[in-house]
Design a protein around this ligand. Structure first.
Ligand code: 7TS
Length: 412
């Protein structure tokens, strides 16, 4: 399919609605979740209306059709991300489940007392807490790659951790959901490869916004969520290298993941089914496949270019607003379409309320990144985050609303 950027907003009926006494909605909370085009919503409803059946189990026509559609999404994801083998694509509920699966099924047998796991100071809680649980259970240590004053990782510290020894896993987000920083993944990967350390990439904020090539990244694990890339909630993907998948025990036990079950023993199904226990989220996997088609119809380089333009435009205008502090890298090439900011002494929730009065939906709070908030020495930030359907006109509405904040709180 070919998607025209000129008409793209027509594909998202929600973008035409108004809020708060007739204000046009300006949706700038895309890092939390994105809106869904008709194409995705229709794919989900067509499944329920036209060929709803459980998959992998029955021989009748509907079941065959549903299975074929579900499995074709695995192929499309593999092609989209340059994954060599469709069996390496495992459907999960989202990034959070992907990371928990690894911390459990790989972590429990492979991490021991005295081992170290390295993460970063700008991780989402979902890439911290599962590792804390694992480290507590095993007597291992969790260390953090720190950030510099522009919110970029200080990778020399990773060298120090590696030199200290016993690092078994390095896990990092490809793009920070708060600072927008794009991680220098090749640099981390080459350090880890050289030292024989396993790697997990949290790509929740990357896959929706830029071209990603999993094969050339060369990581052991890679995970992302459907709902941040115009797909439905409740579905995501975990990629794992063959080496890892063969060695890992199952995460959940139940139907579909077994080959044979006896009173005391069971054997496991082939990959990827060994990690997909129970009836999966069939409708939403099909919806995710439609989201991939839609994004490919736009072209990931076009998505990235559009967001860079919007972000530069927004940053240039925001920097002129009195009393504002903007976080993250100053170089546009080092950041994605996420801008976190604070006004001196004004609580981010008050900022978000004033935005909301103008129809502008932004997020305020700790963004599930309290470790980062501690490093920035703030309790919370406000955050605007963009996607392919946002426009410079909408950024102008955001700027007007931010100027209103400066006026209301007398920051001029
Ligand atoms: N990792 C990153 C980098 C994220 O931004 C998020 C969600 C997750 C993991 C978890 O994804 P989930 O789909 O499993 O929940 N980030 C956000 C956010 O920034 N605001 O709301 C959710």
């Amino acid at each position: 399919m070919q998607v025209s950027l000129l008409n793209i907003r027509k594909d998202f009926p929600i973008l035409a609605r108004t809020v708060r006494d007739g204000k046009p909605l300006v949706y700038l909370d895309n890092a939390a979740t994105t809106q869904k085009p008709n194409y995705v919503v229709d794919a989900i409803s067509n499944y329920y209306k036209g060929y709803n059946a459980n998959i992998h189990r029955a021989v009748y026509a509907l079941a065959e059709e549903a299975t074929e559609k579900y499995e074709s999404v695995r192929d499309r994801i593999a092609r989209f991300l340059n994954i060599q083998d469709r069996r390496q694509v495992i459907f999960v509920r989202g990034t959070t489940e992907g990371i928990n699966l690894v911390a459990y099924a790989w972590g429990r047998p492979n991490i021991a007392k005295g081992d170290t796991i390295v993460t970063t100071e700008y991780e989402h809680h979902s890439n911290i807490v599962p590792w804390q649980l694992l480290c507590k259970e095993k007597g291992a240590t969790l260390k953090y790659i720190p950030i510099d004053d522009q919110g970029r990782l200080i990778l020399d510290k990773l060298d120090d951790y590696i030199a200290e020894g016993n690092v078994k896993m390095v896990t990092f987000s490809l793009m920070s959901n708060v600072l927008g920083t794009i991680t220098d993944a090749p640099a981390i990967m080459s350090k880890c490869k050289e030292a024989g350390i396993h790697t997990l990439v949290d790509a929740a904020q990357a896959v929706p916004h830029m071209r990603v090539d999993v094969s050339s990244l060369g990581c052991d694990f890679f995970t992302f969520s459907g709902h941040k890339m115009m797909g439905p909630t409740g579905v995501g993907v975990l990629y794992a290298s063959h080496n890892m998948l063969e060695k890992m025990s199952p995460f959940h036990g139940g139907g579909d993941m077994i080959r044979e079950v006896h009173k005391q023993e069971s054997t496991w199904n082939d990959l990827p089914y060994k990690f997909e226990a129970g009836t999966p989220n069939i409708a939403d996997v099909i919806g995710l496949g439609a989201a991939v088609d839609y994004l490919e119809g736009i072209g990931m380089d076009n998505v990235r270019m559009h967001e860079m333009e919007l972000t530069s435009y927004a940053l240039n205008r925001m920097r002129k607003i009195p009393g504002i502090t903007i976080y993250g890298p100053t170089d546009i090439k080092e950041r994605g379409g996420v801008i976190s900011f604070n006004f001196a002494d004004v609580h981010p929730h008050d900022v978000a309320h004033i935005m909301d009065e103008e129809g502008v939906a932004i997020r305020s709070g700790h963004h599930c990144a309290q470790v980062l908030m501690e490093e920035l020495d703030v309790a919370a930030t406000s955050r605007a985050s963009f996607y392919i359907y946002n426009t410079t006109d909408e950024i102008d509405v955001l700027i007007d609303a931010l100027q209103k904040v400066a006026r209301v709180f007398k920051l001029e």
